[in-house]
Design a protein around this ligand. Sequence first.
Ligand SMILES: Cc1cc2nc3c(=O)[nH]c(=O)nc-3n(C[C@H](O)[C@H](O)[C@H](O)COP(=O)(O)O)c2cc1C
Length: 157
Amino acid sequence: MAPTGHNRQPWRFVVVENLDVKRKLLQITLPLDQEMLKRLKTTDPQLYASIRKSAQCTPEDPIYFSASVILFVIGTGEGTESIDCPLVCQNIMLAAHSLGIGSCMVGAGRRGLTEDPEVVKAFELAEEETIYPPIVLGYPKSSPEPPPKKKPKITWI
Ligand SMILES: Cc1cc2nc3c(=O)[nH]c(=O)nc-3n(C[C@H](O)[C@H](O)[C@H](O)COP(=O)(O)O)c2cc1C
């Protein structure tokens, strides 16, 4: 039900529940994430510390947090896809929350996937398609307070 330019709905979904596939995804994304973290340690130590902290809850899977489901929104390359797909992602996360399901978008969870032939085949990925950062979903163990938010900067004219 997310709005899209000219109602094109330029998306499809890949829902990963299979444990072997989840392992394969982690095998691809984890080394790339570790490389990125190594660089971040010197360029942005504060962000590095924060990422390390959030990974502590599931050290065996600091990318997808051992979630029950990893949901990928795939943009089909039409019209205003790059705006439409994040809108559908937000709707999915809000719908999940309304059902008592926790979610998190993980940018680290799509790194390197389009370069892996097995993933391309399994996802039935076409040349013109884009994998958006996946949304991990599962029943939450706790309900942490949301992190502080900045006061929005608004220019009234
Ligand atoms: C584009 C995007 C990429 C993100 N990537 C990651 C990620 O790789 N790992 C992670 O743990 N969280 C990731 N997040 C979640 C953010 O860290 C989280 O939304 C932010 O800290 C604000 O917290 P809140 O959503 O609870 O308000 C990502 C969120 C967005 C929107």
